[in-house]
Write a protein that binds this ligand. Structure first.
Ligand SMILES: Cc1cc2nc3c(=O)[nH]c(=O)nc-3n(C[C@H](O)[C@H](O)[C@H](O)COP(=O)(O)O)c2cc1C
Length: 180
């Protein structure tokens, strides 16, 4: 009987230690994304699930309308904003405490072959030094390289890993990306 109790106690301890380890891992990884029309959001949710991470939506103070996103119109808000590299979109939404995380998957739609200005606002809103930032994006056709190079050049003190364009990403693609 005593033997059985000991075995059960050890088994219980092992289970609770595993659960604790899983929770600790969960607390350290964040998927933070901006998505104006839902494509990047869909990828972000898959990455969050595969990584067992927390999810955070980066939001502008003033939401983008359909007209704002008409990139064929030179007067459209998004086009005007991206035409000025010094512009910083005002952040809205709920705040998030970056201090809690070690790894941040950072998602965005590619705008004018770069990360939207709200991503720069987000990176400048808190201290990301020492964090591993893993970019991902969706786009009409542009690869992610230029956007990642832009971020590396703008923030040489931050650590950006190789990014990945997530259009039509399969579950296997997501698993491989998260497993890296
Ligand atoms: C202002 C603006 C600029 C864009 N510029 C590009 C671009 O340079 N290259 C590209 O392939 N797609 C471009 N797109 C298309 C978006 O990257 C693409 O539709 C993306 O999947 C949208 O993601 P979302 O639904 O998460 O907002 C642009 C879209 C907008 C609104």
């Amino acid at each position: 009987m005593r033997k059985l109790t000991t075995v059960l106690t050890i088994a219980l301890m092992a289970v609770s230690m595993t659960l604790c380890a899983q929770n600790a891992k969960k607390g350290k990884v964040l998927v933070a994304y901006f998505s104006a029309s839902g494509n990047t959001e869909a990828a972000a949710k898959k990455i969050q699930e595969a990584a067992g991470a927390d999810l955070y939506k980066i939001e502008p103070e003033k939401p983008y309308t359909k007209e704002d996103l008409d990139f064929r119109n030179r007067q459209a808000r998004s086009v005007v904003e991206m035409g000025n590299p010094a512009f910083r979109e005002k952040l809205g939404g709920k705040p998030v405490d970056i201090k809690k995380y070690d790894v941040i998957y950072l998602g965005f739609p590619i705008w004018a072959n770069r990360a939207p200005s709200i991503i720069l606002s987000f990176l400048e809103s808190q201290d990301f030094k020492g964090k591993t930032i893993i970019p991902f994006a969706t786009s009409g056709s542009s690869p992610i390289d230029n956007s990642v190079n832009q971020l590396k050049a703008a923030y040489p003190n931050l650590t950006f890993k190789e990014g990945k364009r997530m259009n039509n990403a399969t579950d296997a693609d997501i698993k491989a990306f998260v497993g890296k």
